[in-house]
Write a protein that binds this ligand. Structure first.
Ligand SMILES: C[S@@+](CC[C@H](N)C(=O)[O-])C[C@H]1O[C@@H](n2cnc3c(N)ncnc32)[C@H](O)[C@@H]1O
Length: 162
C-alpha cells in the first residue's frame, strides 16, 4: 500500500479559495515548474502561474472557457490547478452563474498539456480527482475544515505515472 501525505487544516471560509492562507500555502508547497491555474479567480499564487478564467472581473492571462482553452492551447505545464465552482449553486451564488459544464470532459483533455511526471492539484467536494483511469496516482490529500455548517474542502495532489 502506497503512503499518501495527509494534512488537516482548520481554516475559516473566505470568498475566494486562496484567501485562506493555510490552504494557499499548502497548494503553493506542491506546485512545481510552470503552473496552469485553470479557474484562476482573484488571488495570485506565489509560483510561475498562467491564469485562465471566464470572468473578466477576475485576474487572468487568458479570458475564456476552461475547456476551450485546454482544447486549443499549445502550451505545456508541469502543474495544473483545478479550483472550479464546486457545484451549480455555488456558481450562481458566487460567480455570476459561470459554471464549467462537464468537468469529466475537461479532465479528459488535461493529459495532453501536462509534462511527464506532471502534477494536478484539485480542490472541491470530491476525492475522485484525475484517478487511475487517466494514469494518475494520489500523493497528497488535504482536508480543510471550515467550522460551522460549512462543507469541508478536499484538496488532492496527483502525479502522472509516466
Ligand atoms: C472557486 S473560484 C476560483 C477561486 C480562486 N482559486 C481564488 O482563490 O481566487 C472558480 C472560478 O472559476 C471561474 N469559472 C467558472 N466557470 C468557468 C469556465 N467555464 N472556464 C473558466 N473559468 C470558469 C469563475 O469565474 C471563478 O473565478
Amino acid at each position: 500500500m502506497e503512503k499518501i501525505n495527509f494534512t488537516y487544516l482548520l481554516q475559516p471560509p473566505k470568498r475566494y479559495t486562496f484567501e485562506q492562507p493555510k490552504l494557499k500555502q499548502w497548494v503553493e508547497k506542491w506546485c512545481k515548474g510552470k503552473v496552469l491555474n485553470l479557474f484562476a479567480g482573484k488571488v495570485r499564487l506565489n509560483c510561475d502561474e498562467y491564469r485562465v478564467d471566464i470572468n473578466k472581473e477576475m485576474i487572468a492571462d487568458y479570458y475564456g472557457d476552461a475547456y476551450e482553452f485546454v482544447k486549443k492551447t499549445k502550451m505545456k505545464f508541469d502543474t495544473i490547478i483545478l479550483d472550479p465552482p464546486y457545484n451549480l449553486r455555488k456558481a450562481r451564488e458566487k460567480y455570476q452563474g459561470k459554471y464549467i459544464g462537464s468537468f469529466t470532459k475537461i479532465k479528459n483533455e488535461l493529459n495532453k498539456i501536462l509534462n511527464p511526471k506532471g502534477i494536478i492539484i484539485s480542490l472541491g467536494y470530491s476525492s475522485t480527482g484525475m484517478a487511475k483511469i487517466r494514469g494518475f496516482r494520489k500523493i497528497a490529500i488535504c482536508l480543510i475544515c471550515h467550522n460551522g455548517d460549512h462543507n469541508d474542502t478536499i484538496g488532492l495532489v496527483e502525479i502522472k505515472n509516466n
